[in-house]
Write a protein that binds this ligand. Structure first.
Ligand SMILES: [Zn+2]
Ligand SMILES: [Zn+2]
Length: 249
């Protein structure tokens, strides 16, 4: 991976609907366009997180145009992983979305306490056909068996996120875990997604730390599912979902 490489899509951004984020979808899309991105995924937290939106929010994403300016706006969620790998949105809601991230978060109704619990739960969530990307798997609050998770990513085609905010503003002490995941992903050829996890529009497209980690660990550009808008859409359609690339489709 060369240092000049830039993903064309930010697959992880929160809008004001998350309850602890500060920009509208329109502001996020305009910021993405100004940064030269071709796509942005609006991935507000699932209803299980305190302050998160009601599931009606996700049902109503059809009101959001597919393009704002020149930017393809993907309708998504960052769902919470609950006991037994269940998610906090039902399948009939997930089916309507373009992209589904799933991750562990504190203060949700998840009872796991050990590395074995988290690993078993995450491996099960990765079997879910609607789950595209596991958000911030390097979170030290939820230690997991990295080798088992990366093997599962290869087997199920689920991408593992290298989250740029994990190196800077969020989830302290994530960096060594993220590097370990990236090294294993490079070795096994697992799909990887790069996300900013921005909670305000000026954070959209900030990938520098994640890109540096992937370069350091030898991850190939071809492993990055959001390297181009086309590769992102192809990845999201792998399980039969339709993600149009024009407003009219
Ligand atoms: Zn958040
Ligand atoms: Zn998250």
């Amino acid at each position: 991976m060369s240092v000049s490489f830039q993903p064309q899509v930010d697959t992880h951004v929160h809008s004001i609907a998350s309850g602890h984020a500060y920009s509208t979808i329109e502001e996020i899309a305009r910021a993405a366009q100004a940064k030269g991105l071709r796509g942005v995924a609006i991935t507000d937290h699932g209803p299980g997180l305190p302050g998160g939106p009601h599931f009606y929010h996700f049902m109503a994403l059809r009101f959001v145009p597919r393009f704002i300016g020149t930017v393809r706006v993907l309708r998504g969620v960052e769902a919470n992983i609950l006991n037994d790998g269940h998610l906090d949105l039902e399948d009939h809601v997930l089916e309507r979305l373009d992209i589904v991230l799933a991750g562990f978060h504190e203060d949700c109704a998840y009872d796991g306490t050990s590395c074995a619990d988290h690993t078993r739960t995450l491996l099960r969530a990765m079997e879910h056909p609607h789950v595209d990307i596991i958000s911030h798997p390097g979170n030290p609050q939820f230690p997991i068996d990295y080798a088992a998770v990366v093997e599962q990513a290869v087997r199920t085609g689920t991408a593992l996120e290298i989250n740029s905010s994990s190196f800077t503003i969020s989830r302290r002490n994530s960096a060594p875990n993220c590097l370990e995941i990236a090294r294993l992903a490079a070795r096994l050829g697992a799909p990887v997604a790069i996300g900013s996890d921005a909670h305000i529009s000026m954070g959209v497209g900030k990938f520098r730390e994640a890109l540096r980690a992937l370069e350091q660990c030898g991850v190939a550009v071809e492993q990055v599912v959001n390297r181009t808008l086309e590769s992102t859409v192809a990845f999201l359609q792998r399980n039969g979902r339709v993600v149009p690339l024009t407003e009219e489709d």
